[in-house]
Design a protein around this ligand. Structure first.
Ligand code: FAD
Length: 434
């Protein structure tokens, strides 16, 4: 093998996996020396303008577990991972200098905070070639058949333009690096305490009892698809509220990139080949298309997704009544269904899709509270927080996004329909019964 001429640094952000990782693949492909870095950015643990810590303990713990696994997976590929609890704009320029980095590879992000951080890093480094690569989509932006700025306002139109016409890219395999840079790596993954949290136990009733990391994500996929074949019933169970298996629970791993939408897609295809194809197997892909949709919506509309008037530029009256917000957060509203969901979120960092739609609709449409405050609370607490899915769904439910019908959920009827026997409400409102 020829001696490496270049030193490649992979700056990991929300692409924390070693399978089907286009960024890592590109960095590794020519036999150059490769090094990884991840920063637990202190900005992600600060209190935001609405008064919530940007990352609460649940996602912090999940992220720590994810990094432990990533480090191990990279080690198997003969790649070192440097992990810091410091600002990227401080750390990365130093690494570039001390290791003579020639190229930086990273997932292409476009939301404001990510771009700001990236620009800060860039302003402190010279003579390095940057390689931003889209690594988070099912339908790659270079493969779609319309201009991103013409992304349809209605999901169904978007889906129909893509699903029959655009091919999903093959899964990328990353080979073990035979020769690689040897460094003195004395960095360590921070503990919960380092990040400002106390240790805590997972709640025994949590519907998301899983750990972070690619290994756990693949294990979950194999269980849900091949061992239990729950995938084959997904469409019937996906509106459930109690337990581990009513839905795939892939979102938390997808959010920080420890699994890719492509891996899930190709495993659905494998399941269909080995077992059967039905409405449920299709529906999981259908939901992944929703995930892509909100990414395209945010690409198209930029910072408008964070604005009160949303992408529809609606001029509604919104309240920011502190008492009502506190009651919503603490599960003390007039609706026991909303309350049970909010308590679940507070205790576990998880809430079902049905729950999210109801509590968000109650917040924005019933209490007419500034939807960005609800979204910001979700951002803090959710294990699976993803900027595009969170703000896209909140806008949608609040009537300032992509819902042409602008609906309001009747939380009472929803409770009767989806929690007819009260099992879910009892679980969170009367835990002593369980
Ligand atoms: C107000 C509100 C806020 C939300 N915030 C987030 C968020 O921050 N992060 C997040 O990943 N999802 C968010 N969602 C979407 C959805 O609730 C979750 O993706 C889903 O509940 C995760 O559970 P699952 O992985 O078992 O989903 P499954 O039902 O098994 O679906 C499979 C995958 O499809 C995708 N998906 C499903 N529904 C949606 C949807 N409505 N929008 C986008 N993608 C979807 C997810 O990636 C999910 O993992 C939000 C929904 C609402 C109504």
């Amino acid at each position: 093998m020829q001696k490496a001429e270049k030193r490649h640094l992979v700056w990991f952000r929300n692409d924390l996996r070693t399978i089907d990782n286009a960024v890592l693949h590109e960095a590794c492909k020519d036999g150059n020396e490769v090094l990884g870095v991840y920063c637990f950015d202190p900005k992600h643990f600060e209190v935001n303008p609405f008064g919530f810590k940007k990352t609460a303990k649940f996602r912090a713990q999940f992220l720590i577990e994810t990094l432990q696994d990533l480090k191990e997976q990279l080690h198997r590929l003969n790649i070192d991972l440097l992990v810091y609890h410091d600002l990227p704009e401080v750390v990365i320029p130093k690494i570039c200098e001390s290791h003579q980095v020639t190229d930086i590879f990273l997932q292409n992000e476009w939301t404001q905070e990510e771009v700001d951080t990236e620009n800060l890093v860039k302003s402190k480094i010279e003579d390095v070639t940057w390689h931003p690569i889209y690594n988070q989509f099912l339908f790659h932006p270079d493969d779609i058949n319309f201009n991103i700025y013409k992304t349809p306002q209605v999901f169904t139109v978007f889906r129909k333009k893509l699903e029959k016409y655009v091919e999903i890219r093959e899964e990328l395999k990353i080979e073990k690096q035979t020769e690689n840079l040897r460094i003195d790596n004395n960095t360590t993954i921070p503990t919960l305490g380092d990040l400002g949290f106390e240790d805590f136990q997972r709640h025994p009733h949590s519907a998301f009892p899983f750990k972070g990391g690619m290994t756990e994500a693949i294990k979950r996929l194999n269980d849900y698809f091949f061992n239990t074949k729950k995938l084959g019933f997904y469409k019937k169970t996906r509106n459930g509220l109690v337990g581990v298996d009513y839905s795939s629970k892939f979102s938390s791993w997808l959010a920080n990139g420890s699994i890719s939408a492509g891996i899930i897609y190709w495993n659905v295809k494998q399941f269909e080949k080995e077992h059967y194809k039905n409405q449920s197997t299709y529906w999981l892909i259908f939901e992944l298309i929703w995930r892509d949709y909100f990414k395209y919506v945010s690409l198209k509309h930029g910072n408008q997704i964070f604005k009160l008037e949303g992408i529809l530029k609606k001029d509604y009256e919104w309240s920011s009544n502190k008492i009502q917000i506190e009651k919503w957060i603490n599960g003390e509203t007039q609706s026991d269904f909303v309350n049970a969901n909010m308590i679940e979120l507070k205790e576990t960092g998880w809430m079902s899709n049905r729950g999210r739609q109801n509590v968000a609709s109650y917040f924005a449409k019933e209490l007419e509270l500034d939807w960005r405050i609800g979204a910001s609370y979700f951002e803090s607490l959710l294990l699976d927080y993803d900027v595009h899915s969170n703000y896209g769904n909140w806008m949608y439910v609040a009537g300032v996004g992509n819902d042409p019908r602008d609906r309001k959920f009747n939380v009472q009827l929803q409770a009767e329909r989806y929690d007819a026997n009260g099992k879910f409400r009892n679980l969170w409102l009367q835990p002593s019964l369980f």
